[in-house]
Design a protein around this ligand. Structure first.
Ligand SMILES: NC(=O)c1ccc[n+]([C@@H]2O[C@H](COP(=O)([O-])OP(=O)(O)OC[C@H]3O[C@@H](n4cnc5c(N)ncnc54)[C@H](OP(=O)(O)O)[C@@H]3O)[C@@H](O)[C@H]2O)c1
Length: 283
């Protein structure tokens, strides 16, 4: 049986959402245990022997799966993880999920069918993919080259995701709910590049290429095969327009609207992350 002073474990504690969830929980005075492969104790999704020590003595978990719930091995991993959380006496698991992915739906069903209290935060693509992930390089180079065509996506702020996760973990009234969270506007990648370019004051353009050409480039760059599979899945299946609708999860969970891309762009320009000079000086 866990107690309210036991830590909340954050799987992926240094990640785009995990680090934000950790900072918020600590600011509210909660004890946390942010973990990943590089922490002590370590947590590795690909090595279940590392899981038990990390879960021991914790009362709840925020779970980000790596590399993505779409990969076939995610289903058995989530099943085993939820079982271990129950055996270790955790009260609640909050799972970060993706929209329109069969693998993500299977993981959600496993958690919902279990005996533990659950929350699912089913998110659209993050704003922060442009500044803290694989699209940063393209923004710095002034050209974002992707096989995304003109599909619109209601990108969301990882800060909003973290707020929804923290509310789910700390406030009454959220248990056993799915929050489907998106930003307030559906945008094409070209529109995102235009907004970034206008605020940044230098050209950033989006170039759409056929998916086969994109895959050839990934192979040439030596991107690992499972990552190639995942990107192919994302740009062919998930990016077919099925996820274009704006959803009210942030409003439902927090009673306020989701943050707009414009504010994120303004703040990110001010942070200097998109400034090639600062990147060089830091790198
Ligand atoms: N990006 C999006 O737009 C988006 C949208 C919807 C859903 N999602 C979902 O969000 C999840 C990722 O969350 P996030 O973006 O907050 O995390 P993230 O920024 O991708 O953080 C990843 C951290 O996880 C750790 N990690 C990598 N491989 C691991 C492994 N095998 N075992 C344990 N830890 C590992 C790494 O730290 P170490 O090197 O220290 O291990 C890394 O810093 C994925 O499941 C993805 O499908 C993403």
């Amino acid at each position: 049986m866990s107690s309210t002073s036991d830590p909340i474990v954050i799987i992926g504690g240094n990640g785009k959402t995990g680090a934000r969830v950790n900072a918020r929980l600590q600011a509210l005075g909660y004890s946390t245990r942010p973990v990943s492969r590089s922490t002590t104790p370590a947590f590795d999704w690909d090595n279940p022997e590392t899981w038990r020590a990390v879960l021991k003595g914790t009362r709840a978990a925020y779970v980000t799966y790596q590399p993505d719930l779409a990969v076939p091995r995610a289903e058995s991993a989530i099943k085993a993880f939820v079982q271990m959380a129950i055996e270790n006496g955790l009260e609640q698991v909050v799972l970060l999920s993706g929209r329109g992915e069969e693998g993500a739906q299977r993981a959600e069903e496993i958690l919902k069918a279990s005996s533990i209290s659950w929350n699912i935060v089913r998110a659209s693509w993050f704003f922060q993919n442009f500044s803290e992930s694989f699209m940063l390089e393209g923004i710095l180079a002034g050209e974002l080259v992707l096989p995304a065509g003109a599909t619109v996506e209601p990108f969301i702020d990882a800060d909003d995701i973290a707020d929804v996760v923290v509310a789910s973990l700390t406030e009454p009234g959220h248990r056993d709910k799915v929050y489907e969270v998106t930003g307030p506007r559906a945008l094409t990648f070209a529109q995102c590049a235009e907004e970034i370019s206008a605020t940044l004051g230098r050209p950033v353009k989006y170039t759409s290429i056929p998916v086969d050409q994109f895959m050839d480039a990934l192979k040439e760059e030596g991107v690992p095969e499972d990552m190639q599979w995942l990107l192919h899945e994302l740009f062919t299946v998930v990016f077919d327009g099925r996820n274009s609708e704006v959803m009210p999860g942030v409003q439902e969970a927090l009673g306020r609207p989701a943050r707009d891309f414009k504010t994120y762009v303004q703040n990110t320009v001010e942070s200097g992350v998109w400034s090639p000079v600062m990147q060089k000086a830091c790198g």
